[in-house]
Design a binder for this molecule. Structure first.
Ligand code: HMG
Length: 413
């Protein structure tokens, strides 16, 4: 039985900042952000949004698009590092807002950005465990990435959610059954319980990411090795490779590392390629990795959702052309845990490829730096939704130590 993602739905807040404007305000050359980091715009959550409303809106869009009765969802997993309570999981608020029935396994997962992959793999295993029962799981990865205003991490913020329906005979992406993994305790990025913004050792985090990629990819390549010809690189078998993308330049660095590891493992071929490594790796990046980064460059880091935003937007843009082809995916979560895995785009993808990314990006409101700073400083105040608000749910504030949510139409009435 094949198992994987039957359909994606994305939700991104409607406010955005052009990072050229941020560069001017911070006195740095705009090219440092556009070329040095590869970022162009970043999404900013409205005061009526928090991670629950982002996740629930993505989930509601998915259930509508897939015409799935919420009562049929037997497992709901929400991956996030923007939790709203030390004990009560984001997932149970989402379960309530989506009207999913009581016969459902519901929980939140955390391991920095890796949790989206942890949730997807857990859901796939749950579906595989009952081959005769056509189980359906809803996996949602959602985050609001926040760093200190004026810090090097500031232009790598972002916000958004990706919902995925995981089931047998999926129409969008069939997961392979093998993964390469890597884990180790490092202090590259973390957010203590009393803080809203992450602490990050930026340059070290880039090195940790690349070390983890080396470990996970080497582990995966060893599993695949018996099937490869002696001079064949694993990347020769992949139509695209997608990476967890805190900013697009990170994927450029990652692809350069992966290509070197992959080609070094060939013998005679490596001797011929080594002198041309930089040029060949750049050409490979353009062919295999660059086109998956368009949405991330305009939305920013969405932490747990980042890799799946790349996958959903790639399939939306190029799904039909990729039908029958195999993709590689690398997931990294600071702290750290990482996984390299592959999957195949089935021929049915054309019918389910629209994840809503293009429409959302076309309908955004760009704010200036002053308004951005006001929004970031205020956070989720529960204020009224802005005109043209596209979310399905709003956060209305904390009363009696309880978080409250509503539909925007109910508030307007
Ligand atoms: P920075 O201070 O901007 O670094 O911080 P920089 O001064 O080295 O500049 C960045 C790049 O811009 C460099 O390119 C410069 O050469 C270039 P590189 O050498 O790296 O190829 N540059 C220019 N290019 C063109 N024109 C110019 C110019 N000037 C400089 N005029 C840093 C960068 C990534 C450290 C910072 O943004 C940061 O701390 N970000 C947050 C942490 C992060 O994203 N880490 C990534 C790996 S960890 C991860 O992915 C996990 C994470 O998602 C969290 C989770 O798991 O939950 C973060």
């Amino acid at each position: 039985m094949s198992v994987g993602i039957d359909r994606f739905a994305v939700y991104v807040p409607q406010y955005a900042l052009r990072l050229g404007d941020l560069a001017v305000a911070r006195g740095v050359p705009p090219e440092k952000l556009t070329e040095g980091l590869g970022v162009r715009e970043m999404a900013i959550a409205a005061p009526c949004e928090d991670v629950v409303t982002l996740a629930a809106t993505a989930g509601a869009r998915l259930l509508r698009a897939a015409e799935v009765d919420p009562a049929e969802i037997g497992m709901l997993l929400v991956a996030t590092e923007t939790g709203v309570d030390h004990s009560k999981p984001v997932s149970i608020f989402v379960h309530d807002l989506l009207g999913i029935g009581p016969r459902c396994r519901v929980y939140e997962l955390k391991h920095a950005c890796y949790a989206g992959t942890a949730a997807l793999m857990t859901a796939a295993d749950w579906v595989r465990a009952a081959p005769g029962r056509a189980r359906q799981a809803l996996v949602i990865a959602a985050d609001i990435a926040r760093y200190e205003i004026g810090s090097p991490g500031e232009p790598t913020q972002g916000a958004g959610a990706v919902a995925m329906l995981v089931r047998p005979e999926p129409r969008a992406f069939v997961l392979g059954e093998q993964s390469g993994t890597y884990a180790g305790n490092v202090h590259d990025f973390w957010r203590p319980l009393d803080r809203r913004e992450a602490i990050v050792d930026g340059k070290y985090s880039v090195a940790c990411y690349l070390d983890a990629l080396t470990g996970a990819f080497t582990d995966y390549r060893a599993l695949e090795r018996p099937a490869l010809e002696p001079e064949e690189a694993l990347s020769d078998r992949l139509a695209r490779i997608l990476y967890h993308t805190p900013f697009p330049k990170m994927a450029t660095k990652a692809h350069r590392r992966l290509v070197e590891l992959d080609w070094r493992a060939t013998r005679a071929r490596w001797a011929a390629l080594e002198p041309r490594l930089e040029d060949e790796a750049a050409a490979s990046y353009r062919a295999l990795a660059a086109s998956g980064l368009e949405a991330v460059a305009r939305i920013g880091n969405t932490y747990t959702a980042s890799l799946y935003l790349c996958l959903a937007s790639l399939l939306e843009a190029e799904g039909r052309a990729l039908a029958g082809r195999r993709l590689g995916l690398f997931s990294y979560g600071s702290g750290c845990c990482a996984e390299f895995f592959t999957g195949v785009v089935p021929p049915s993808v054309g019918a389910v490829a629209d994840a809503g990314v293009g429409a959302l990006l076309g309908g955004r409101t760009f704010v200036d730096v002053e308004a951005y700073e006001r929004l970031i400083r205020a956070g989720d105040t529960g204020a009224a939704p802005p005109p043209g608000f596209a979310g399905d749910f709003v956060f209305t504030g904390v009363r009696d130590a309880r978080r409250h949510y509503a539909r925007p139409g109910v508030l307007a009435a």
